[in-house]
Design a protein around this ligand. Structure first.
Ligand SMILES: Cc1cc2nc3c(=O)[nH]c(=O)nc-3n(C[C@H](O)[C@H](O)[C@H](O)COP(=O)(O)OP(=O)(O)OC[C@H]3O[C@@H](n4cnc5c(N)ncnc54)[C@H](O)[C@@H]3O)c2cc1C
Length: 397
């Protein structure tokens, strides 16, 4: 049954990571008269993701962190590298299970009567209306002065055509097999007909871990194939020991620089989250980028009534990611040794700062120095569009 139309100051489409985080920061400081709406197509939340990131111990979501690792490991099929124990106060690798985050955000929003959360509500149409927007859903028509749209992008047609595809099992074993103090970031790195592959392991205890078979690939990888590969990996990693699968986690993240904003302006309608360029093209990490955006966007909205899109990628990062994706696409067999070189050449904190976007200029130089020259020179033509016009050499006037 359709309900009567209602009016809101802000409508957030999609109550996933970006939508919930923005609502969380907006309600913290919004006047009780400000009306906020969050539309989410799911009827209920489940444990669908395990968000990890490098961070200091204290941050806005530190209460939700379920596990911290002070060490992380990399490995080729026949060679491994482990980081040293990080000092306290330094960046550790931290994990928030999605259901912990969803529950905490829902509890927080429910304490603010000016915030309406509509689960099981699918946005079907959104159009400009007077000075705002008219949103049609499967159950109601609503009006809002400003809209943040966090629906996922249509990844087909993004020209780099690369995606990060992974399937993980959360497993339990009868006897200890996992090194619980060390996250396995990229182990067993190799390359086959689907491209670059590795295993990602989050050990929660010696007998309990999330083990993921991961691909950076331009090809569609059938779920059945991923399942077979994961079964083989588990067989090898656990030396044939029996295990019980508690849960499955699947993801397919576009690896593209095309969703990034080039000249974002405050506006009354913005795309955000994955569809708004939140995901780092070369790594698939987005949680902290979404958090930074949500804080800034909430502040701007409460101050001016306008919304901020995700910030543009700095030129150096755009360039590095574009070259990296080009190497990954055209010379995937080089990728395992590239990552291994980087892991061996950088100390653990430089590596963590680089991936969590806290890198200094010296850190970036260290990363560049760790890379082999030839494949990167070959990939340099993709850099051209990212170099400012005035700095380019051109034969034509
Ligand atoms: C399995 C997985 C694991 C990941 N792990 C990490 C990690 O460890 N670290 C990291 O930094 N990043 C990680 N990422 C990347 C990124 O952080 C997540 O994808 C993150 O959830 C992106 O947030 P989002 O809000 O853009 O998308 P989502 O969280 O997917 O939210 C989008 C929401 O929009 C809703 N929606 C869609 N269409 C409609 C509609 N028409 N009407 C209403 N609602 C709609 C969906 O139901 C969904 O809830 C992971 C991604 C995946 C898929």
């Amino acid at each position: 049954m359709h309900q009567a139309a209602a009016a809101f100051d802000l409508a957030i489409i999609g109550g996933g990571c970006a939508g919930l985080m923005l609502a969380h920061y907006v309600v913290q400081h919004a006047s009780p008269l400000m009306r906020i709406l969050l539309l989410e197509s799911r009827t209920h939340y489940t444990r669908d993701k395990t968000w990890c990131f490098w961070q200091e111990d204290n941050h806005d979501f530190s209460d939700l962190v379920q596990h911290r690792w002070q060490q992380w490991a990399f490995g080729l099929q026949d060679q491994s590298h482990e980081s040293q124990h990080t000092q306290s106060g330094a960046l550790s690798y931290q994990c928030i299970p999605s259901e912990v985050f969803y529950n905490a955000m829902q509890t927080h929003l429910s304490q603010h009567p000016n915030c309406t959360v509509m689960l099981g509500t699918n946005l079907t149409h959104c159009q400009a209306h007077d000075n705002g927007y008219c949103l049609q859903t499967n159950s109601a028509t609503v009006y809002a002065n400003a809209v943040v749209d966090t629906r996922p992008p249509d990844a087909a047609g993004l020209h780099e055509g690369l995606q990060q595809v992974f399937l993980g099992y959360e497993v339990r074993t009868a006897t200890p097999v996992f090194a619980a103090d060390r996250a396995g970031l990229m182990q067993g790195m190799s390359c086959d007909e689907y491209g670059f592959r590795f295993t990602y392991t989050l050990p929660f205890s010696a007998t309990h871990a999330l083990v993921e078979e991961t691909r950076f690939t331009p090809h569609a990888v059938p779920l059945l194939t991923l399942r077979q590969m994961l079964a083989q990996t588990l067989q090898q990693r656990l030396n044939g020991q029996a295990f019980h699968v508690e849960r499955e986690e699947y993801g397919c993240i576009p690896m593209t620089t095309q969703l990034a904003n080039t000249a974002p302006q405050p506006a009354t309608y913005v795309r955000a989250g994955t569809g708004g360029g939140a995901v780092r093209a070369a790594s698939g990490y987005a949680f902290q980028r979404i958090q930074g955006w949500a804080q800034a966007c909430a502040r701007e909205f409460l101050r001016t009534g306008l919304l901020l899109p995700h910030p543009p990628e700095p030129r150096w990062r755009q360039a590095m990611d574009a070259v990296f994706l080009e190497v990954l696409r055209t010379r995937p067999t080089l990728t395992p040794s590239l990552f291994m070189r980087m892991a061996q050449a950088l100390d653990d904190q430089t590596f963590a700062r680089f991936l969590s976007e806290k890198a200094s200029a010296a850190d970036v130089l260290q990363v560049i120095r760790a890379m082999p020259t030839l494949p990167f020179i070959r990939a340099l033509p993709v850099l051209l569009p990212t170099i400012p016009r005035g700095l380019r050499w051109t034969s034509a006037p």
